[in-house]
Ligand binder design. Structure first.
Ligand code: ZN
Ligand code: ZN
Length: 406
């Protein structure tokens, strides 16, 4: 039976409704977040807004307070679902390292024997808006991360324009849901302010009606007091977060970049001026998902990689290695695996009893190695690197790539 993409998904995501909705692995915190929003609003409607209905009697304007609270809460919950139930911008994994990046090297040892090896540069340089940016190779996803992309250790995916992993919404915040995340946080701030001020208004009205003190009014409606305290505390959290993200948006930074890098040229690369930065977040079209979680997985035909060879014996040894390599395929660390592969070739050669008179230095000959046959298509839609409207060009820099791992 052919599986769907979400059924064979290698990240830690949780899927429901047959892959239509995708969450992070910690989505179980979502009900708690929902309760933190819904319970105070229900208390507000029952103990405050219900009494305010008839306070502005000539026009029944009091009803508007109740209706507005309910509608605004629904709006906040819709934004929450847009943030946490959709693809945040996951870059689909490759089933094998990018072939065009593989380097085939033959090292010649002191005794004249040749050892073929396959390597992949750990980093490469791409040009973003005319400035060179180094991007890293992800061993797990077997791809060069696009600029601003990072691997989320919780979801175990590379996510484009990775901002952070939010435990409250149980999802990564990235290219495709950052706008909704910000709207959710800022709307929650407004909801807090609204509930706080309406509760304060109710206390004021109780005071005026009974010509009493503020303490008597507070005793009369303890729930209004509880709501004011709750909103005051919550306001520090969501309000602070809103302010911080307003600063990040105005300077076109992600939370990850802000915590990770000192303010340097790396930030300036993406900063297009305050107004354009806001336009980029709020007015640009949300990129379609690169993943079709419901697509059926198609089996790819076995891939063939040719390696320059030295001897027939070494080709056979390589075939052995390939057979052994298939067993560790699920370690996912194929990048490292390829490194080990070349090291193993070295050690195999060292253990080889036959001296170097078997070496046949013929550059024309090549040993053909069949690599893993279990390659699947992950329902990928697009492989373009597209950092919003910035100009990204790619240039491989193998010299610089040699050092930095990770
Ligand atoms: Zn990755
Ligand atoms: Zn995540």
């Amino acid at each position: 039976m052919t599986k769907r993409v979400f059924e064979a998904w290698k990240g830690s995501n949780k899927f429901i409704l047959g892959g239509r909705l995708v969450f992070g692995p910690d989505a179980k915190s979502l009900p708690a977040t929902l309760l933190l929003i819904i319970v105070p609003v229900v208390l507000f409607c029952v103990f405050v807004a219900r009494h305010l209905r008839h306070e502005f009697s000539p026009y029944n304007a009091g009803y508007a307070i109740l209706v507005l609270a309910i509608l605004f809460t629904i709006y906040v919950l819709i934004l929450l679902s847009f943030t946490s139930a959709r693809d945040p911008g996951i870059v689909p994994r490759n089933s094998h390292p990018p072939e065009e990046e593989l380097r085939y090297e033959t090292t010649i040892s002191a005794d004249g024997r040749q050892t073929p090896s396959v390597q992949i540069p750990r980093t490469k340089e791409v040009i973003v808006n005319g400035i060179s940016v180094r991007v890293k190779y992800c061993d797990t996803c077997m791809l060069y991360r696009p600029p601003r992309c990072s691997h989320c250790s919780i979801c175990n995916n590379c996510v484009e324009r990775f901002d952070h992993h939010c435990p409250w919404v149980g999802q990564c915040i990235g290219l495709r849901n950052y706008r909704y995340f910000f709207m959710f946080v800022s709307s929650a701030t407004l909801l807090c302010i609204y509930v706080f001020s309406m509760s304060a208004l109710y206390i004021k009205i109780l005071m005026d009606n009974q010509h009493g003190t503020v303490w008597r009014a507070m005793k009369e409606s303890p729930w209004a007091v509880v709501l004011m305290v709750y909103c005051f505390i919550a306001l520090w959290f969501v309000g602070g977060l809103t302010g911080f993200h307003l600063y990040l948006i105005s300077t076109n930074q992600t939370t990850y970049e802000n915590f990770r890098y000192r303010p340097n040229s790396r930030m300036i690369v993406y900063n297009r001026g305050c107004a354009k930065n806001f336009m980029e977040v709020f007015c640009s079209k949300v990129k379609p998902s690169r993943n079709n979680f419901r697509a059926f997985i198609e089996e790819e035909p076995p891939r063939v990689v040719t390696l320059p060879s030295t001897t027939r014996e070494s080709a056979e040894a390589e075939d052995d290695n390939v057979a052994r390599r298939q067993k560790v395929e699920d370690d996912l660390d194929i990048g490292d695996d390829l490194m080990n592969f070349s090291q193993r070739c070295n050690s195999e050669d060292a253990n080889n009893d036959q001296p170097h008179n078997t070496v046949d230095i013929d550059p024309e000959r090549a040993a053909t190695i069949r690599t893993e046959t279990r390659h699947e298509s992950w329902g990928r839609r697009s492989g373009n690197w597209d950092v919003a409207s910035t100009d990204v060009r790619e240039s491989r820099n193998y010299a610089a790539a040699k050092d930095g791992r990770g």
